[in-house]
Design a protein around this ligand. Sequence first.
Ligand code: GRF
Length: 234
Amino acid sequence: MSIRSIRLAVLVSGRGSNLQAIVDAVRAGRLQASVEVVVSDVADAPAVARAREGGVPAAVVRRRDYPSRAEFELALAGAVEKARPDLVVLAGFMRLLGPAFLDRFPGRVINIHPSLLPAFPGLEAQKQALEYGVKFSGCTVHYVDYGMDSGAIIDQRVVEVMPGDDVDSLSARILEQEHELLVGVIGRMGEQMNEHVNEPVNEQMSEQMSEQMGRRIGGKIGEGRGVRRGREQA
Ligand code: GRF
């Protein structure tokens, strides 16, 4: 049986270390995937430079260039769709996405977040964790629904909070785990896609993955929890 690489579109806004982890894993042969496009809402994001250095096409779609959030999301979806991705990965993409984008990729958009969700959604999750005084935090990869970091959880890594930790030290240890977690999840999703090569890819990702996680992703999307804090600037 021939193995097909899972086609990725990666959405970014900033530093791009998670993007880099994916690109490095692909290059090292540790991840059977292809990054088909990187789309950023920030023109000078370091992630855009990383993409281009890695030979990955990068597009910039800025919110300010569109009169409404829906039109911005449609433009974003257009840039992503051109690459025909199996999976859309939000890797430090700092905006909430709504139906104009998400309904085009049902069950196929995932996000990495630096806390053990449902604890500490939104911005500055590591700071929130330290301020709360938790002894363990970590990171989560989850499906994206209309809410703020509220979609079905796919996988998590635990990171112990050490005495004397500050935001930088805790963030750095969580970030190491983020890179491994995200690459691992994408790898598993690619394997599952290949186990079902005879089915249309969209169906595999939304039906089979959601069933496996014991959730109805279609049901989750559309439920949205109405939380619109932090990231959204629309
Ligand atoms: C990561 O901490 C990720 O969990 C969060 O934003 C940060 C992005 O970092 N969503 P990078 O741009 O991948 O370096």
